[in-house]
Design a protein around this ligand. Structure first.
Ligand SMILES: Nc1ncnc2c1ncn2[C@@H]1O[C@H](COP(=O)(O)OP(=O)(O)O)[C@@H](O)[C@H]1O
Ligand SMILES: [Mg+2]
Length: 282
């Protein structure tokens, strides 16, 4: 099957499912200007998109194009200059914690003084869940993340990939319906990154959280996402929106060797490559 026939076949299918699915994140005409002594930096300009229930959407673009800025505004961590953001139709307000939303940062943000299990159970502890109830949940999370046997270890005894698994499970244990992820595997080497892709795919394909995943890595976006929203170089504008039609469950390793993967990679790469070049030319 050619790429275009794959795209046509799935776009009619997804149009059907899309109309049945509810919008969880709605971003409309979003703007962000950072004031700076050298003058205003327009980071994001008129960005609009929806993320529906159970979708895994990758926000893809070159470094500095405004991906983190957008994600932080969606999370309510950063004020916007203009536009509107809704989660389940409620306006996102600065600094207001939404219990439905979980956030995984690029840098592993585990506490060095807490063991793996105390890190993973942190959110539950803060939420007042008793130790007896936390225990089995933490144990389950440790197994899911492939960290069996490391519950009593401290972060300094773990590799970067393992620490990022801890950070991931610390968020997932709170059972967020909506997951915001900012290049969570960006600091990992290629092999470890693939391992993380396998783990995340296994979890997501079972639990189907609604995900907005920021990355500059096209291979990563194609491996994980159901849809890719491509942003332009700064100021970040919405450039294109691609369906990723590969069937699930996906195998993070063998998927990359398929013809369909290669074709879609090349197709999007042309568009992304233009933006990388614009970033470099600045
Ligand atoms: N606090 C800030 N003040 C001024 N400029 C900023 C600030 N934060 C980010 N920027 C600029 O905004 C643009 C987008 O940044 P960011 O959202 O971090 O990009 P990305 O996550 O895509 O790499 C970049 O040019 C960056 O330098
Ligand atoms: Mg960023």
């Amino acid at each position: 099957m050619t790429l275009s026939s794959v795209a046509t076949a799935t776009s009619s299918q997804s149009a059907l499912t899309a109309s049945q699915q509810s919008v969880r994140i709605k971003v409309s005409s979003l703007d962000k200007v950072y004031p700076s002594p050298q003058g205003d930096v327009v980071a994001v300009e008129k960005v609009s998109f929806d993320v529906r229930q159970g979708e895994f959407v990758a926000l893809l673009g070159p470094s500095g194009c405004g991906k983190s800025t957008i994600l932080n505004m969606v999370a309510g961590l950063l004020p916007r200059t203009g536009g509107d953001i809704r989660i389940d139709q409620d306006a996102v307000t600065l600094g207001q914690v939404n219990r439905k939303v979980g956030y995984v940062f690029q840098r592993d943000t585990v506490f060095p003084w807490r063991t793996v299990e105390a890190n993973i159970g942190y959110g539950l502890e803060i939420a007042g869940v008793a130790k007896a109830q936390r225990g089995p949940k933490v144990e389950q999370a440790i197994t899911k993340a492939g960290l069996t046997g490391f519950g009593k270890s401290f972060p300094r005894m773990l590799s970067g990939g393992m620490r990022q698994r801890v950070a991931l499970m610390r968020t997932l244990i709170m059972e967020p319906e909506i997951l915001l992820m900012d290049e969570p595997f960006g600091a990992l080497d290629t092999h470890t990154k693939l391992e993380m892709h396998k783990t995340l795919l296994e979890i997501w394909e079972r639990e189907r959280q609604t995900v907005l995943f920021v990355t500059h890595d096209l291979g990563e976006a194609l491996t994980l996402a159901s849809r890719i929203i491509l942003l332009s170089a700064r100021p970040g504008r919405l450039k294109e929106d691609f369906e990723v039609p590969f069937s699930r469950p996906r195998d993070a390793v063998s998927l990359r060797e398929t013809k369909e993967f290669g074709e879609l990679y090349t197709h999007i790469w042309h568009s992304l490559g233009e933006e990388f070049r614009r970033t470099k030319a600045e």
